[in-house]
Design a protein. Structure first.
Length: 341
């Protein structure tokens, strides 16, 4: 039965270790999600900066194009007015030339030096200047609007990925909290059962008092150097006629009784199908060996137990004895004896 308790304790420890590994994996996934979230946020910031720059450049291009269009319209109107004034001046000169020709017969020769096409006035010079300014303005980049739309699409995609990472992180954190809650509840429930069985078994073995005391944790007092005490369990026992003391202050036989009581408590809380006990009662006297043997008989119906022992009291309660003898030097012989119930 003690071996069964030890096996059950090992299974419980493996279960706790697996749960701790699962928790560590969940924390690692949460950390990886946090890193990916930071990288995505950084990429979003970079793209947002690029979008802001494109928006600024696009705004400048749009403003420049609007100004160019307004300036082109204004210059076109000025050009049309100048051309109209030039045409009017030409008509006036032609009419004046006709009148001079009629009156004096020399109208064409007199007005030849003042032909509008030969002597450009201020309007023609202004038209040429405006045309040069329009040519200097250049064209507006039409692809700026398409680039802006593309960058806006990238920002939207990164924002969606960012939200997915936030949701994944929240889910992992919630799963970690649920796992921690389940572990704490399972641990507290199992510890309460083991403590109750440990006290009861120890009282039956020697008539004393024993308990498992939790130590350490975040609320525990600190040791020298300000470091917190590591969480764990300490065994406190009070043999008959002695004060309550920790395990290190007990004698060899008393510590053996505490260990046997703890193994039997584990087997009572979570029975195992099979266990092996190797001389657990070697340091006990005959009276305590008889009590341990009685416990073994109680556990035997639910647990198959193999006990390695030299104690007669333990052999007396066994169903089958198996031993090795050496009748001749160097020749070992295996003996098996079935004992009637």
């Amino acid at each position: 039965r003690i071996a069964e308790a030890e096996a059950e304790r090992q299974r419980a420890r493996r279960t706790v270790e697996q749960q701790q590994e699962a928790r560590a994996r969940a924390e690692g996934q949460a950390a990886a999600a946090q890193i990916r979230r930071a990288e995505a946020a950084e990429a979003v910031e970079v793209v947002r900066g690029r979008v802001a720059e494109l928006e600024r450049r696009s705004g400048e291009a749009v403003a420049r194009r609007e100004w160019a269009e307004r300036e082109r319209e204004r210059l076109g109107q000025a050009l049309r007015r100048a051309e109209a004034a030039q045409a009017k001046a030409g008509s006036t000169l032609a009419a004046l030339a006709a009148r001079l020709e009629t009156a004096y017969g020399e109208g064409a020769e007199i007005l030849a030096d003042v032909e509008p096409s030969a002597r450009p006035g201020p309007e023609r010079e202004r038209v040429g200047q405006l045309r040069r300014e329009l040519a200097a303005l250049g064209g507006v980049r039409p692809e700026a609007v398409a680039e802006y739309a593309q960058q806006r699409g990238e920002v939207a995609a990164l924002d969606a990925g960012h939200q997915d990472l936030i949701q994944a992180r929240s889910s992992l954190e919630e799963w970690c909290r649920e796992l921690e809650t389940a572990l704490d509840e399972r641990y507290a429930e199992t510890l309460a059962q083991v403590r109750a069985q440990f006290s009861a078994v120890y009282a039956r073995l020697c008539g004393g008092r024993a308990d498992l005391v939790e130590v350490g944790g975040p609320e525990a007092p600190t040791v020298e150097g300000g470091r917190p005490v590591p969480p764990g369990l300490e065994i406190a026992a009070q043999p008959p006629g002695k004060a309550l003391a920790h395990l290190g202050l007990l004698s060899g036989g008393e510590r053996t009784l505490v260990a046997v009581a703890l193994i039997f408590a584990f087997l009572r809380v979570r029975p195992a199908a099979f266990c092996v006990l190797d001389e657990i009662e070697a340091a006990l006297d005959e009276a305590n060996v008889a009590r341990c043997a009685a416990f073994l008989r109680e556990i035997a119906p639910s647990t198959q137990i193999i006990v390695v022992t030299h104690q007669k009291g333990t052999m007396e309660v066994a169903d089958r004895l198996v031993g090795v003898t050496m009748g001749e030097p160097g020749v070992s012989r295996l003996l098996s004896l079935h004992l009637a119930g």
